[in-house]
Design a binder for this molecule. Structure first.
Ligand SMILES: [Zn+2]
Ligand SMILES: [Zn+2]
Length: 357
């Protein structure tokens, strides 16, 4: 296979448009690989912090002119000198933030929280990302994609499914638990899918968007879905012998939905906040202290847990790509972002080669 000199890539100027540009195909240096991108999914954070307007600061600060996309998955087509594990031909998922590798957070595997201003650079934010034909990645950021999984399965693992798995591991999910998921965007749908795979027999979901509710129901991810509203607390209690769920996860970032999560959780239950931004108001004594409840916050995941999740996803026989409702080629990238911005969809992917279906 010959690697071209030039490639096209998509940038996000921040006014709800996509700008296509021509870029040199990078040549991998020491410890780096060149990945032929096969699938690159769009994240809620791309819309929230970049597409509509560049609102992000620090780790969420998008640098103008960067190729967007932090959820890439593909195949290595060239490797630089000094690579220790991965080689040309390997199918790989890219952990979406490249950290310095030597700060305490990086050593824990949480490159998301890397404290180095100089070396922490997220793909698709401060370094080129996956919305292009090729991606230059650091070997240390890679996770092997098993043959049982497609590239579109892989694209969703680093950011979406990894983030969810981390949150679910913090609160612990088993067959004992009834689970409430508020917000059924791609992250909420992934939460329902993983909670089910981890053993939950009763999964309840809420959202304001009808398309998302029907997707969750049709795919069997949730046993019951409800349009978000003040009745949700009573609806959840009615399904749980009047006690509420053992575990609740907010993926909506909506203040009322967060309060529902807290109040619809039974005594001794655990709540996890994954959805980003916004606020919440609750009465500490009545809502958590007297009922012995615990609220966790969870941000992304670490690379070893991501590797573990990949193995479990194969064992559980589930496919993250079933959450993808729309696939676009790179030339139609603008349509992909525009659709994702409406919210009337599941996961949206930009796909290449065999992933074009
Ligand atoms: Zn993401
Ligand atoms: Zn670091």
């Amino acid at each position: 296979m010959t690697i071209p000199k030039k490639m096209s890539g998509a940038m996000l100027p921040g006014n709800s448009t996509v700008e296509m540009g021509s870029f040199d195909v990078p040549i991998p240096g020491h410890g780096e690989v060149l990945v032929k991108v096969k699938s690159s999914t769009i994240c809620g954070s791309d819309i929230r912090a970049i597409y509509k307007e560049h609102t992000g600061k620090g780790p969420e600060g998008y640098q103008n002119g960067m190729i967007a996309g932090h959820e890439p998955c593909g195949q290595i087509v060239a490797e630089g000198p000094g690579c220790r594990r991965f080689k040309t031909g390997d199918r790989v998922i890219v952990y979406h933030i490249s950290g310095c590798g030597v700060c305490n957070d990086c050593r824990r595997g949480y490159m998301i929280s890397c404290t180095s201003d100089k070396y922490r650079r997220a793909y698709g934010w401060q370094r080129h990302g996956g919305m292009a034909e090729y991606l230059l990645a650091e070997e240390k950021d890679l996770v092997q994609l098993p043959d049982e999984l497609t590239y579109s399965d892989g694209a969703q693992i680093a950011c979406g499914f990894g983030t969810v798995y981390e949150g679910l591991e913090k609160i612990g999910i088993s067959g004992n638990d009834a689970v409430l998921v508020t917000g059924l965007g791609p992250v909420g749908l992934a939460t329902a899918m993983l909670a089910r795979a981890m053993g939950a027999k009763l999964v309840i979901g809420t959202d304001t968007v009808a398309e998302r509710l029907s997707l969750a129901k049709e795919q069997g991810l949730c046993d019951h879905v409800f349009a978000s509203g003040p009745e949700n607390l009573a609806q959840v209690k009615a399904l749980t012998s009047g006690f509420g769920v053992e575990k609740a996860i907010d993926c909506s970032a909506n203040d009322k939905a967060r309060l529902t999560c807290i109040q619809a959780t039974r005594k001794w239950g655990k709540i996890c906040f994954i959805g980003e931004g916004g606020t919440v108001q609750f009465a500490p004594s009545a809502d958590i202290i007297h009922d012995q409840k615990t609220i966790y916050g969870s941000w992304v995941t670490n690379i070893w847990r991501m590797e573990e999740l990949v193995e479990r996803i194969v064992r559980w026989g589930i496919h993250p790509e079933t959450l993808i409702t729309h696939r676009f080629t790179l030339e139609k990238c603008a349509d992909a972002y525009a659709l994702m911005a409406t919210g009337r969809c599941g996961k949206v992917a930009v796909v290449f080669d065999e992933e074009v279906k």
